[in-house]
Design a protein around this ligand. Sequence first.
Ligand code: RIB
Length: 329
Amino acid sequence: MKMSIKKLAKLANVSATTVSLVLNNKPSRISESKKSEIKELAQLHDYEPNFSAINLVMKQSKTIGLLIPDIENLFFSALAKKVEDELRQEGYSLIFVNSNDDYKQDLSLLKNLVNRGVDGLLLTVANDSIKHKSSYESLLKRLNTPFVMVDRNIGNPNHPQVFFDNKLGGYMATQYLIEKGYKKIACLSTKDISVNGLYRYEGYVKALEQAGYNIDQSIVFSGDYRFQSGYEIADKLILENCDALFAGNDLMAYGVIKRLRELGKNVPNDIEVVGYDNLEFSRMLGLELPSIEQNISDLGKKSVELLLNIINNHPVDTVIELKPTFKKY
Ligand code: RIB
């Protein structure tokens, strides 16, 4: 016979709430002897928590929902792993969902997570979310569930959020190429589809203008953070006689490098490429790709800390900006 929280309570002659508080190690005024008795009964009867029952009693699921846009990008899979590690230490479980960078999927998946009874949400919204702010704002208000925008946001400073200084990242990447003496520095930017990409592009412009370079829009190319969008613009770098490129993330940089090598070009001797995210893939493949690092461990840890503080009504600063770093390789 499966032991339930109610049967345990009857055996221990206490309420179901008392059993739940004791088994969840929550603070209470229950005597140590009674706590021991309840825990021994639970062990004796092989009690396994029935989370739907606990949810009802405790009015919480100890589960957090994580929305990410592209699980195939190591940046996000590493973030999901870090978030789960942090939550597990706090006694929480994780449900993560992948939107394929589609805002409609975002909105549908957010409702799905809340319907599953999560206690809070960590959101890395789709690239196109910025064009649908009102849809997100009205849904988040309706869902009325604690949330933190992670890495990306929809431009509302009142939202709890943890992100990196993307303009500084674009500036550092471009500054490195300027200091190496390159004269025609291209940019593979996601500025048309991404807030982060726009700020990275602004950092590129700031560094060039400070160094007296003209901004040449004929060597500013559009990407979508994915490998293929880098592969497809590599030929134009040669046609435009570029000697360097700042790519808005490493996956696009990988696409550029693959195509340049197919065309017989040497990276960095013919064209130097700087990426963004400093993915572990580069070291696994022995690819000496200078890149801007957004410390995923810090991002995950700070995001989880902020969300749990909000859930537990601890007063905290809700906007946290982190600093990226330049990694030569
Ligand atoms: O590689 C994907 C990019 O999108 C990362 O740079 C991260 O900042 C996310 O916004």
